[in-house]
Design a protein around this ligand. Structure first.
Ligand SMILES: [Zn+2]
Length: 624
């Protein structure tokens, strides 16, 4: 049984080398700096050369303590990466923007020819792998595993440096900096190790793994900057899950292959993903798809978990990046979780390096396909008629007795292990398809949306003069809102809308987005209101749902009468309705409403989505 009392004091052990005597000497020199200046210089020369000599190739430079059930603190993590970057010229620790905690987002880059410019790296036909860690700092296996991997590949352990010949590795040491700084033994109730860890929410108490498109945090803005600058070919986000009980230490959620253009999706589904399962099976930690099941029975089958663009991998798929999420199993010991995450990182980098040309080629074809693709799927549903069969090693589920309450509860019997074949449902079909327009126009008033699109390096052109254009607009007929706040929003769902052609006034500075760019999928997903993670669904356009003009049952009468007098045809329709509809005939407000909503008086902007679609090619006066 674990001793909870001891856990609270065991997390922040310093592990980065023994510097006590060195610190003493440095203090001595600092105090007598002027007198000792010449000696100081000699001392540093000796220290520097000693450091170089002591760290011969092959030696580890960092000290991790996952075997003792300890994960490093934020400061220790950054210090270790700094140490690696200082020692190895083929590594660099870069900073991007600031996170909500006020500290920068770091990116550790390993590039064998010391080129740290993503543009020239891509020109060099190198493959870029991006690994994101600590999005949920209570799930730190990837943090330790990435540090171990960086150290090992840099010191060429077992010849690993060969992967770097055609591959550049980018590691975000900790994405949720604020959550990592909020360290405690008491955050994760279902987790017994490591002894201390960070907190799920970030400094703004948001879940960063719901923030990739709405970008309410500085973390997400810095991440998008990294992502769009480095344009990774392959992406991994490391997590831990408590959603199931089974014999595996590591599970995997690859991007749903149907999210990619066919040429890339087929390669991903048929070659890359199976190869990674095979590579893992060769090592100590066999891997299984993330265990997502219904009806409490894994034996009836599991489903490929679909990650929409609010999640990291869904976001990665918008740009044809091959995305993976590892979910380590929380009920396994931390050292095993770290080692299995490490094995996966190694397998992923190895596969990427071995198949670099093919990945590069398939992504190029997919990006080209995206440019001309005229239809986009906004929603998918699992095909329950089609499945693959996989072997599953689990524990029998049963109603047992709680050792805490003595009452009945659903759980798993670890003494009853089983191995059986189960269906794996991983085929999805689109349920909502839309035709892309030639262009969208966003009035500049919606600056929050425009800023987010800009951070994602989407090309936009401001209109050079005020213009009235015939465009397609959407009117919202109905929608529901989530009652409870979800990551700071009340998402819209069950959206009903209809399109309408209309002449709309646009102004100089409003933004035109052409659908002829590599970000086409991002643009459609974010701007089509019905898509799963559209800006509309995330409440960015809520003011359009309110009416700013209205009619008063008394105040409108004079104008209503004038309108009827001046429009005899409409008046005749109005009179007819009164004759035919008794209830209408006796309802004063309904009659005024009929006149208001069916004439030019109606507020056209009410319920009208402000982003317009232009469906035919046309030349517009556009600036840069
Ligand atoms: Zn997680």
């Amino acid at each position: 049984m674990r001793n909870i009392g001891n856990r609270r004091n065991m997390g922040n052990k310093g592990n980065i080398g023994n510097t006590t005597s060195l610190q003493y000497l440095l203090q001595l020199i600092t105090t007598n700096f002027n007198k000792l200046l010449p000696i100081t210089i000699i001392f540093f020369v000796i220290i520097t050369s000693c450091t170089r000599e002591n760290n011969k190739p092959g030696e580890t430079l960092i000290q991790l303590s996952y075997e003792e059930d300890i994960t490093p603190s934020y400061y220790e993590i950054i210090e270790m990466y700094k140490k690696l970057a200082k020692h190895y010229p083929q590594a660099k620790l870069l900073e991007y923007g600031k996170t909500d905690a006020g500290k920068p987002l770091h990116l550790f880059v390993i590039s064998s020819n010391k080129d740290f410019d993503p543009v020239s790296i891509r020109k060099d036909n190198k493959i870029i792998v991006l690994i994101n860690n600590g999005i949920h700092p209570g799930e730190p296996c990837g943090i330790d595993a990435s540090l171990q991997f960086a150290d090992d590949i840099l010191r060429n352990k077992n010849g690993m440096a060969k992967y770097l010949e055609n591959t550049v590795i980018c590691i975000i040491p900790v994405y949720n900096v604020g959550g990592c700084l909020n360290r405690s033994a008491w955050h994760r109730t279902g987790q017994t190790s490591p002894k201390e860890c960070g907190y799920r929410g970030n400094a703004k108490n948001l879940d960063l793994n719901r923030d990739f498109v709405k970008m309410d945090t500085e973390n997400a803005k810095a991440f998008a900057t990294i992502f769009r600058k480095w344009k990774p070919d392959v992406f991994l986000d490391t997590h831990t899950t408590n959603g199931s009980e089974h014999q595996y230490t590591i599970t995997l959620i690859p991007v749903q292959p149907d999210y990619y253009p066919k040429v890339l999706g087929n390669f991903f589904r048929n070659e890359m993903v199976p190869a990674l399962y095979e590579k893992m099976a060769e090592g100590d930690y066999e891997m299984i798809p993330y265990v997502s099941y219904r009806n409490r029975s894994v034996k009836k089958g599991i489903y490929l978990d679909v990650q929409t663009p609010r999640f990291s991998t869904g976001y990665a798929s918008l740009f044809n990046t091959l995305g993976f999420m590892t979910e380590n199993h929380v009920y396994k010991d931390f050292p095993d979780r770290v080692k299995s995450a490490y094995n996966f990182i190694k397998a992923l980098v190895e596969f990427t390096s071995e198949n670099g040309d093919e990945i590069s080629e398939k992504r190029k074809l997919a990006n080209r396909e995206l440019l001309t693709q005229s239809e986009f799927a906004l929603d998918f549903t699992v095909d329950t008629n089609r499945f693959d069969t996989i072997i599953f090693k689990g524990y029998e589920a049963e109603i047992g007795t709680s050792p805490v309450t003595g009452l009945e509860r659903f759980g798993f019997n670890k003494n009853k292990a089983f191995e059986t074949k189960i269906p794996f449902y991983q085929y999805y079909y689109p349920t909502k398809i839309i035709k892309k327009p030639e262009m969208y126009i966003i009035p500049q008033a919606w600056s929050e949306v425009i800023d987010r699109i800009k951070i994602n390096s989407i090309e936009m052109f401001p209109l050079k003069k005020d213009t009235i254009l015939e465009v397609e607009v959407y009117y919202f007929d109905d929608h529901e809102n989530s009652v409870r706040a979800y990551n700071g929003h009340h998402l819209h769902r069950n959206i009903k809308l209809h399109p309408e052609m209309q002449k709309v006034q646009f102004f100089e500075g409003d933004y035109v987005i052409l659908l002829n760019q590599e970000g086409n999928k991002y643009i459609v997903e974010l701007l089509e209101p019905e898509s799963h993670d559209s800006f509309f669904r995330w409440n960015f356009f809520d003011p359009c749902l309110e009416s700013r003009e209205y009619f008063s049952s008394y105040g409108f009468e004079e104008n209503a009468l004038k309108y009827l007098d001046e429009h005899p045809k409409f008046k005749a329709e109005f009179e007819k309705k009164k004759k035919e509809d008794k209830e209408f005939a006796s309802n004063h407000r309904a009659q005024l409403g009929y006149i208001y909503y069916n004439t030019e008086w109606a507020d056209k902007r009410h319920n009208r989505y402000p982003v317009a679609r232009i469906n035919k090619k046309m030349k517009l006066p556009l600036g840069k």
